[in-house]
Design a protein around this ligand. Structure first.
Ligand code: PLP
Length: 398
């Protein structure tokens, strides 16, 4: 590490809470699917700011929209009407599955899930939830009560109200867990943080039917899978399922903190003014950013591209996996949310570090799953180079 980097680490140690186990990288700027650190070293970014920079870092149209809005009106109370909020809500209503066209905006995915849980409780008059093992829904207390991973939820058991947890992908288990107390089943249509797990094709349809038979709602947490990440607008669209409530985040703001929860007319009718809110809910700057992201995604056909490119990556990595069967267990995913599952967590850690040294940023989740969630418009050349690096790093492990 250099003096510049060491100085940053030393400064941070004085003032920052040690909440994050950081990579030894200090980034300074980004463009498209490339980022540069404080020493000018270049990386291909398969993390896309954790699945956020859907149209790449610093996309000119997004930068222009944010700059223009910053000069015009950055923040108001949500008590007044603003055009950016309305524009974004209209765009979302047009893109969303039929019947689910009411939006409320928040700044983060976890807040969107809080709103969704409250809305489900309001609609059903019930106050318990069912969620899946290995899920991730966010770090605030309500969402964390539904987070199916001990390592995150465990330390806070005393202060979170825990959901009932069922294995992911098992519709019968959901059916068995539903009761007159259950307001909703909350589920990621593809588990992201849990290791990029794609459920059986009939799963969402079966859990939707089970929820409705039991008088409960289906909440789809699409914070990670929204805005085309999986090759459809929402991942639920693959199964032709319209959830009662859906939450969006990450790619929606393209890097600007923005998330949303959306619901059907029927669910929305239960809402009373004041049920939810927030100082930054519907912030004009964030909403203008969201509308710009969606405009670019639509204009450039990035949802369709994610589907095609994702299939190519799955095919390529699938072929590669066959050449390294003792190191690679499998490759799985949907669109541009892909998990390369290694057999040994220690090897996965080494691959992860070596990739970084060779100029590739990639996420390691669920101990041994290299999660690829790049920008939807990652250039072919960058993607090919990234995969070459990844494959070389795996091959070089003994
Ligand atoms: C499926 C899912 N839900 C919710 C969240 C929480 O979103 P945020 O970190 O914006 O609060 C995440 C974050 O990774 C996520 O992947």
């Amino acid at each position: 590490m250099s003096e510049i980097f060491d100085a940053i680490v030393a400064r941070e140690k004085q003032v920052f809470m040690p909440m994050v186990r950081r990579w030894p990288v200090a980034l300074e700027r980004g463009f498209g699917s490339r980022v540069w650190d404080v020493e000018g070293r270049e990386y291909i970014d398969l993390t896309a700011g954790w699945g956020v920079t859907a149209i790449g870092h610093c996309h000119p149209e997004l930068v222009e929209a944010i700059s223009d809005q910053a000069r015009t009106l950055m923040q108001t109370t949500n008590i007044v009407y603003t055009k950016p909020q309305l524009d974004l809500a209209e765009r979302l209503a047009r893109l969303a599955p039929r019947g689910i066209h009411r939006s409320f905006f928040t700044s983060s995915g976890t807040e969107a899930n809080e709103g969704a849980l409250k809305l489900a409780a309001r609609k059903t008059g019930r106050n318990r939830f069912v969620a899946t093992l290995n899920s991730f829904h966010g770090r605030t207390l309500g969402a964390m009560g539904c987070l199916g991973q001990e390592k995150y939820r465990g330390p806070w058991k005393g202060i979170v109200r825990e959901a009932s947890f069922v294995p992911y992908g098992d519709a019968d288990a959901v059916k068995a867990a539903l009761s007159k107390e259950i307001a909703a089943f909350i589920v990621e249509p593809v588990q992201g943080e849990g290791g990029v797990v794609v459920p059986p094709p009939d799963y969402l349809r079966r859990v939707a039917d089970a929820c409705h038979a039991a008088g409960a709602l289906l909440i789809a947490d699409e914070v990670q899978t929204c805005v085309g990440r999986t090759g459809r607008w929402l991942a639920c669209d693959h199964a032709d399922v319209v959830p009662d409530i859906v939450t969006l985040g990450k790619g929606l703001g393209g890097g600007f903190p923005l998330a949303a929860f959306m619901a059907t007319e029927e669910v929305m009718a239960a809402i009373q003014p004041g049920d939810h809110g927030g100082t930054y809910a519907g912030n004009p700057l964030a909403c203008r950013a969201g509308a710009a992201v969606l405009r670019v995604i639509e204009a450039q056909g990035l949802i369709e591209r994610a589907a095609v490119v994702g299939k190519d990556v799955l095919a390529r990595l699938g072929a590669f996996a066959k050449t390294e069967p003792e190191k690679v267990e499998c490759v799985r995913g949907l669109g541009l949310l892909i998990g390369l599952v290694l057999r040994d967590p220690a090897v996965a850690l080494r691959v992860h570090a070596e990739a970084r040294e060779r100029g590739l940023l990639v996420n390691l989740t669920a101990d041994r799953v290299l999660r690829l969630f790049p920008a939807l418009n990652i250039p072919d050349r960058d993607l090919a180079q990234a995969l070459e690096i990844l494959e070389a790093c795996i091959r070089s492990q003994s």
